[in-house]
Design a protein around this ligand. Structure first.
Ligand code: KIV
Length: 267
């Protein structure tokens, strides 16, 4: 069983094979996802909401991320592990970001770190990549900016904001990002950004034309007690076990059956 690397993901993109990703925050779920054949496990700072019960991802610390990432790493043999840089751990300066990323890789077993933001993060992305830290960028609805965005809203619906996201995507690729998460943006915008870039795009509420898909595990299993976003689907509805639900998600992403039009946004 060959481990998934960034090269594997690039080849999958070239071959038009969809990349599958789910979040996980502990050993048992990571192990289940890995055995089910998921390509990437994202240790998202969504753990602040689904594991810790906060209203937002803002209270999550580097120590929290390193702890959960380490638990996930123990359960993972094949999938690539992407760990979120939490709020306040990378925005201050590139060297601060490097120190935080180092902790997530050394203590948390992260193989790629993810950070939110556009052009203003380009210098940081370059700084990390030049020093051997692979980076996944995150554009569109960036939950760490929830207060600035005025809530969890679809981004890039107007021409100006769509062009901003498109330009940010190019700049972050140029700065060295290896992957790009696009969250809650119109499907047509995600499709055209995916076509323009050379790096794989991973969508969440960004339509079916991204190179891969990610969902928050607790949403797709229907175990988060608060309402789930429109772009998620409860895969437990038609499944007899958690393992079956995860396998059905993987199959639906690979075949293009998920996301359907009901999970997408228009301009
Ligand atoms: O925090 C998270 O889980 C995420 C994704 C779902 C994209 O950022």
């Amino acid at each position: 069983m060959k481990p998934v690397t960034l090269t594997t993901l690039k080849e999958m993109r070239r071959r038009g094979e969809k990349i599958t990703c789910l979040t996980a925050y502990d050993y048992s779920f990571a192990s289940l996802l890995d055995n089910a054949g998921i390509d990437m496990i994202m240790v998202g700072d969504s753990l602040g909401m689904v594991m810790q019960g906060h209203e937002t991802t803002l209270p999550v610390s580097v120590a929290d991320m390193a702890y959960h990432s380490r638990c996930v790493a123990r359960g993972t043999k094949r999938a690539l592990i992407i760990t979120d840089m939490p709020f306040m751990s990378y925005q201050q300066s590139p060297s601060h970001a490097f120190a935080s990323a180092g902790r997530l890789m050394q203590k948390g077993g992260a193989q790629v770190v993810k950070l939110e933001g556009g052009e203003t993060m380009a210098e940081t992305v370059r700084f990390l990549v030049e020093r051997g830290v692979p980076v996944c960028a995150h554009l569109g609805l960036t939950p760490q900016s929830v207060h600035q965005l005025g809530g969890y809203r679809v981004q890039g619906r107007e021409t100006t904001s769509a062009e901003r996201i498109r330009q940010d995507a190019r700049i972050l690729q140029e700065a060295g990002a290896s992957l790009l998460v696009l969250e809650a943006v119109p499907a047509e915008l995600a499709k055209s950004i995916t076509a323009e870039l050379d790096i794989p795009t991973i969508g969440i509420g960004a339509g079916k034309d991204c190179d891969g898909q990610v969902l928050v595990l607790h949403d797709m299993l229907g175990i988060y007690p608060r309402p789930s976003p429109k772009f998620s689907r409860n895969f437990m509805h038609d499944a007899s076990s958690i393992e079956a639900a995860v396998k059905s998600y993987i199959a639906a992403v690979r075949s293009g059956a998920f996301p359907g039009p009901e999970h997408c946004f228009n301009s």
